[in-house]
Design a protein. Structure first.
Length: 211
């Protein structure tokens, strides 16, 4: 168990010494991934930016999702779950539109007019505070692949075994010190102190790196 996201970032940084002072860039998935990624970037002397990606949530549950949308419009939907839940085309379309708006608003708030960093031929380290179903991370990975990142590395403090194994087949490396299995999985269970990360906190952290 990690004390908090900062502690988790230090553990990950300790596993990733081979990336120190390299030409890699750390890309955090906001909001929870930013405090973790900031520690990794500081410890390894790497630049930090954000890969805004958000899940498409259910109409009746804003915590559960059936897909995700990334910063460049890349979208992956869980077709099996959609069929099981019997979501209508209108509900799906509304959910996607809400998510697209949320991603754009967050991009405007966190990145402003800054151009997205050039990733072609450059390693990218994707960071979040945990990996449950993995759909948000998979969508971010696909977006980085489209941006022609040289190598894609995932760094998460905790993850469900199935999601970690599935993503490990799609990227060059996965760093995850706390892997768990079972029917129930909650990212928060890997942390002693857990709370949501607010937009203001994210902006303050990024102000150190984004100029």
């Amino acid at each position: 168990m990690f004390r908090d996201r900062v502690d988790a970032g230090k553990v990950l940084a300790g596993m990733m010494g081979s990336h120190q002072d390299s030409d890699a860039i750390v890309l955090a998935i906001p909001a929870g991934g930013v405090p973790v990624a900031a520690v990794i970037a500081r410890e390894l002397n790497l630049p930090l930016d954000v890969a805004v990606t958000s899940k498409v949530t259910l109409p009746w549950n804003s915590e559960a999702g059936y897909g995700a949308v990334a910063f460049d419009g890349t979208m992956i939907l869980n077709e099996g779950l959609i069929s099981h839940l019997r979501l209508t085309e209108q509900e799906i379309r509304q959910g996607i539109n809400r998510t697209l708006q949320k991603v754009q608003q967050r991009l405007d708030a966190l990145r402003g007019k800054r151009p997205f960093p050039e990733l072609s031929g450059r390693p990218a380290i994707l960071v979040d505070d945990g990996l449950a179903s993995g759909f948000t991370m998979r969508t971010a990975v696909e977006a980085l692949r489209k941006a022609q990142a040289d190598r894609i590395v995932i760094a998460v403090p905790t993850g469900h075994q199935e999601a970690v194994q599935r993503l490990a087949q799609e990227v060059d490396a996965v760093y995850c010190p706390n892997i768990r299995s079972g029917w129930t999985f909650a990212v928060a269970d890997a942390y002693q102190y857990w709370s949501d990360v607010g937009e203001k906190e994210v902006e303050e952290i990024l102000s150190e790196f984004l100029v």
